[in-house]
Design a protein around this ligand. Sequence first.
Ligand SMILES: Cc1cc2nc3c(=O)[nH]c(=O)nc-3n(C[C@H](O)[C@H](O)[C@H](O)COP(=O)(O)OP(=O)(O)OC[C@H]3O[C@@H](n4cnc5c(N)ncnc54)[C@H](O)[C@@H]3O)c2cc1C
Ligand code: FES
Length: 250
Amino acid sequence: MNHLLSVKSQEEIAHNIYKMVIHGPITSKMKTPGQFAHIRVNETSAFMLRRPISISDVDAVNETFTIVYRAGGKGTTELSKLKAGDNVDVLAPLGNGFPVEEANHVLIVGGGIGVPPLLELTKQLHKRGVKTTHVLGFSSKREVFYEEEFSRYGDTYIATVDGSYGTKGFVTDVIDTLDTKFDKFYSCGPKVMLKVLSDTLDMDGYISLEERMGCGFGACYACVADKKEDGTQVKLCVDGPVFKKGEIIL
Ligand SMILES: Cc1cc2nc3c(=O)[nH]c(=O)nc-3n(C[C@H](O)[C@H](O)[C@H](O)COP(=O)(O)OP(=O)(O)OC[C@H]3O[C@@H](n4cnc5c(N)ncnc54)[C@H](O)[C@@H]3O)c2cc1C
Ligand code: FES
């Protein structure tokens, strides 16, 4: 399942946020939005653990897919140095993604580096004739990305915590001003945001978590979380990263 693929392009699209397009025939398996790629940064022992990064956009015709990530720690900073033509070791697609279901109008809410997987989701919902409204939250203007890409599929609102772009505050400050009736919501972002949305939005929804991972395919138990009803545990890498609202303890 792991493949040595080639980097087609890499660019910094916002402050410390990189967009990498990767070429490889595994795009034919990338059918469900919200799945992730587990990436080995290089062969040295310092980077033994792969980095899980969501699949953001798939172009099956040209056999390319896109990841968007923040160069924060050692591994992602190393990843950001790769250039077109370099090889990258990818294990993908992994995880249980967002179900693309029938609906009239859905609300899509992203926070920071939780925004990327929602682009492929809205693209697929749009293809099915589902109307989408997007609310994307960032810390400040310099971290904002993908506004134009989401606008192609539906109304797109931006919130920044410091008010340097869009609405000042959190995604919930924008959602409070919308008087549309949505059938359900889909969200990916920091746990605190997912918790607030799950607790306050009066509709069904799907949330995607970004936790620490080891193997990425269910063998090491590094990503275990508690399920709600019966206290049983789930592995985020195989049972998630996407769950139904209320399905797990946040
Ligand atoms: C399913 C999933 C999808 C993700 N999608 C994206 C995405 O699209 N864009 C993006 O920027 N980030 C995403 N993340 C978070 C990303 O995996 C971490 O930011 C990244 O692994 C941190 O690595 P590092 O080299 O910067 O940090 P380091 O500090 O060098 O990492 C050390 C170790 O901790 C792990 N780690 C550290 N922080 C996190 C974290 N927040 N989540 C998971 N593992 C962590 C690393 O994988 C590595 O094994 C996702 C995480 C998951 C689980
Ligand atoms: S990361 Fe190993 S079991 Fe989930």
